[in-house]
Ligand binder design. Structure first.
Ligand code: GDP
Length: 340
């Protein structure tokens, strides 16, 4: 206990450090959020409560795209525009697969090397929590910490592939989809659902021999978007081309994001969508807590596995199995209650 107090900053040091924009303390606070130790979880909760009044002021941007589309190169270029504009930028990543590869996607190559040297930029790779829900929850908390540390723009990047796009969409104001121009059918391989989530689409690597293909792709996407419903914000999804290598179009992307921010603030859409997101976060957190609590007792998991094999072997109906599990759950709660 004493050792951990000595090596970890206390609540007050964390709070003061964060609101004063101390990057080292911010890094430590993020590590604390990712900890699964009971004592750390308690401090993390208290810290989140304390910093809450300092949050909510940043522009939150999500960026997604398949591996190789040029996300990290593009974020470096976009980030440079943002910091040159006098803003403080934090870049966070969501990568649910990093728990399997032990973070190697981010660890093996130095990503965003130039941006990480900018004093006004703070870059933090994904946490290694196990589930997507867990990773998303930690990323949201990190976002709040960065806001309290006075970062004006937060970029949340999806690194892994899979369901993380929706998780990121639900925590940001503006969602940007990066796409490659390709030979043949431009829409091939793109989940239409992801296009529907996007506020902006950027065709990357619009340079050299690829420039014409990128312009064509932009037209194809702009056309395809006509068939997608206009979102509640009344913001029409824009399609742009950009090259992180030559810098062409990158400033335009930043201006598009700012225009969206201005418009959604004026129309009240920003406030409304954040309200909806907060309620969704609350429900997600509760499900996560419930889930953790449920499986705390190893016997519950054991029973679940047994019932699973009974159902698979047609020894028990799915309904009867679910009811048995529910009875075991109630029994667990009753036992816990009697200990109080
Ligand atoms: P990520 O996996 O989506 O993060 O992609 P990276 O940023 O690592 O980029 C993948 C590859 O595309 C790298 O070899 C980059 O050099 C290249 N690349 C990224 N942006 C551009 C660009 O604007 N133009 C060109 N020609 N290549 C690019």
């Amino acid at each position: 206990m004493k050792r951990s107090l000595k090596s970890k900053p206390d609540l007050n040091t964390l709070y003061e450090g964060i609101v004063n924009g101390d990057r080292v303390i911010l890094g430590k606070a993020i590590t604390l959020m990712e900890s699964v130790l009971r004592e750390d979880i308690e401090i993390a909760s208290l810290l989140l409560e304390q910093i809450l009044p300092h949050t909510g002021k940043a522009l939150r941007v999500g960026i997604t795209g398949i591996p190789g589309v040029g996300k990290s190169t593009f974020i470096e270029a976009l980030g440079k525009n943002i910091v040159d504009d006098g803003k403080r930028l934090a870049v966070l990543s969501i990568d649910p697969s990093s728990s399997l590869t032990r973070g190697s996607i981010l660890g093996d190559k130095t990503r965003m090397e130039k941006l990480s040297k900018e004093p006004r930029a703070f870059i933090r790779p994904s946490s290694t929590a196990m589930t997507l829900g867990g990773v998303a929850a930690r990323t949201r908390e990190c976002m709040l910490l960065c806001e309290a540390a006075d970062y004006n723009v937060i970029i949340v990047e999806t690194v892994g592939v899979g369901q993380s796009e929706t998780a990121v969409r639900n925590m940001v104001d503006f969602f940007l989809l990066l796409m490659l121009s390709g030979a043949g059918d431009e829409l091939q391989g793109i989940k239409k659902g992801i296009m529907e989530l996007a506020d902006g689409i950027v065709i990357t690597k619009a340079d050299g021999n690829n420039l014409d293909a990128a312009r064509n792709a932009r037209n194809v996407f702009a056309h395809a978007l006509h068939f997608i419903n206009v979102p509640a914000s009344s913001w029409e999804t824009q399609v742009l081309t950009a090259s992180a290598h030559t810098g062409m179009g990158v400033g335009e992307v930043w201006r598009m994001i700012q225009r969206f921010h201005e418009q959604s603030r004026l129309l009240g859409y920003l406030e409304e969508s954040r309200m909806v997101q907060s309620v969704a976060w609350f429900k997600d957190y509760f499900s996560e807590l419930l889930h953790t609590d449920l499986y705390k007792a190893g016997s519950f998991k054991e029973l679940e596995r047994k019932l699973e094999s009974d159902v698979a072997g047609a020894k028990l109906s799915a309904r009867a199995a679910a009811e048995k599990l529910m009875i075991a759950y109630h029994e667990m709660i009753r036992k816990n209650d009697s200990r109080l």
